[in-house]
Write a protein that binds this ligand. Structure first.
Ligand code: SF4
Length: 374
């Protein structure tokens, strides 16, 4: 491995090889075509704990609807959450919205340029601050996300992602190494290059060491220990689909409107606060003849085995867990709401909501046509 204290020439060579590889191998991602700090901030927030492919699908719709920081700040929270649907970890959307409002109201709409200032905003952590400041403004601050951590641990021969791996001390060593390897002349490109390497070459499993630009510097070269993974746990839950019809007065005979019952998750829960979902059934075991749908849905390290049944309007009180805010929502409007991913999936499979692509939802935001964004 490169001796960082004694061999500045080797460090310079490492930077050159990594940047050269990035120039020829980087993926063409929508946010990389922009130098706008706001666009980079949105993309980097979406990318935390979410697959790039999922972000690619939703980033453009979000950006089309909220092209500037002020447009995001002025938007209703419900709409921000609806456009975030499918990305998961909705707290990020809440905090992004809150930070945009803070910047619009207190800072005249000008996003700070320095990493230290960015970190003072609600919900912006070290990673996002470093990414925005280095990519948009060329500040020499190193990013350390999961990909960077894995690459550097393998290069240095440290055991990453393990509870035995050293905790805070290891984290400190990784940040120190990232800071010393960072190219001060091109910090934004260097940060993106090492993250890209972790995402595409030095993958968690089966790293492609033969084509890796850091091969000559790497101690482990694929012979690393795999980090321990927390075991998945399982839970059985059940939700009810309750649909009713209502006659809406009109010019002649009026028209029939179909509505679905949705419940809002409390604002103080840690998972998907404020999102809308189907009512939870008191009894998770649904008799086979009543089972309308069964599916598996994973959230973090939990596999949910989900049973879905029809609940008639008269049975809602006795069969479901009551107490939260509920609303009968016209089916034509439901998919444009801030639904949980599971609810969106169930309504789509039950053919209760149509599914135009996410970017159509953004374009047609003033219409009541819903959009499926699985
Ligand atoms: S040589 Fe292999 S293990 Fe080392 S950084 Fe490259 S891909 Fe990762």
């Amino acid at each position: 491995m490169v001796n960082l204290d004694e061999d500045s020439e080797k460090i310079a060579a490492l930077r050159k090889r990594l940047l050269g590889w990035y120039a020829s191998s980087r993926r063409d991602l929508p946010w990389r075509r922009s130098a706008d700090p706001y666009a980079i901030w949105v993309a980097e927030t979406m990318l935390q704990q979410t697959r790039v492919a999922a972000v690619v699908e939703r980033y453009q719709a979000f950006h089309d609807r909220f092209p500037t920081l002020v447009s995001l700040a002025l938007a209703p929270e419900e709409e921000v959450l609806a456009l975030w649907s499918g990305l998961g970890y909705y707290r990020r959307a809440f905090m992004l919205h809150k930070a945009a409002q803070f910047v619009a109201e207190r800072l005249g709409g000008n996003l700070p340029t320095r990493a230290e200032q960015l970190r003072a905003l609600p919900g912006i952590g070290a990673y996002t601050a470093a990414a925005v400041a280095s990519i948009a403004h060329g500040e020499p601050v190193a990013v350390v996300d999961g990909n960077v951590e894995r690459v550097l641990c393998r290069v240095a021969g440290w055991e990453a992602g393990s509870r035995k791996g050293g905790g805070a001390a290891l984290r400190h060593k990784i940040e120190d190494l990232a800071g010393r390897l960072l190219d001060p002349a091109r910090p934004g490109d260097f940060n993106q290059a090492i993250m890209e390497l972790g995402a595409t070459v030095c993958a968690p499993r089966n790293p492609q060491c033969l084509v890796c630009p850091l091969n000559a510097d790497c101690i482990t070269r694929g012979e690393h220990k795999m980090p321990e993974r927390a075991p998945m746990t399982s839970r059985v839950v059940a939700y009810g689909i309750s649909v009713r019809t209502r006659l809406v007065p009109g010019k002649r005979r009026g028209r029939i409107r179909r509505e679905v019952l949705l419940e809002r998750r409390p604002a103080d829960v840690t998972v998907m606060p404020g999102m809308w979902e189907l009512p939870l059934l008191l009894d998770p075991d649904v008799p086979t003849k009543e089972l309308r749908m069964a599916l598996r849905h994973s959230i973090m390290r939990v596999n949910y085995y989900v049973n879905i049944r029809t609940v008639f309007e008269d049975d809602v009180e006795t069969m479901t867990v009551t107490g939260g805010e509920r609303r009968w929502v016209p089916l034509r409007e439901a998919a444009a709401m801030a639904l949980t991913g599971l609810t969106r999936k169930v309504l789509k499979r039950a053919r209760l909501t149509p599914s135009p692509p996410a970017r159509v939802l953004a374009r047609r935001r003033d219409e009541t046509v819903p959009g499926e964004i699985l």
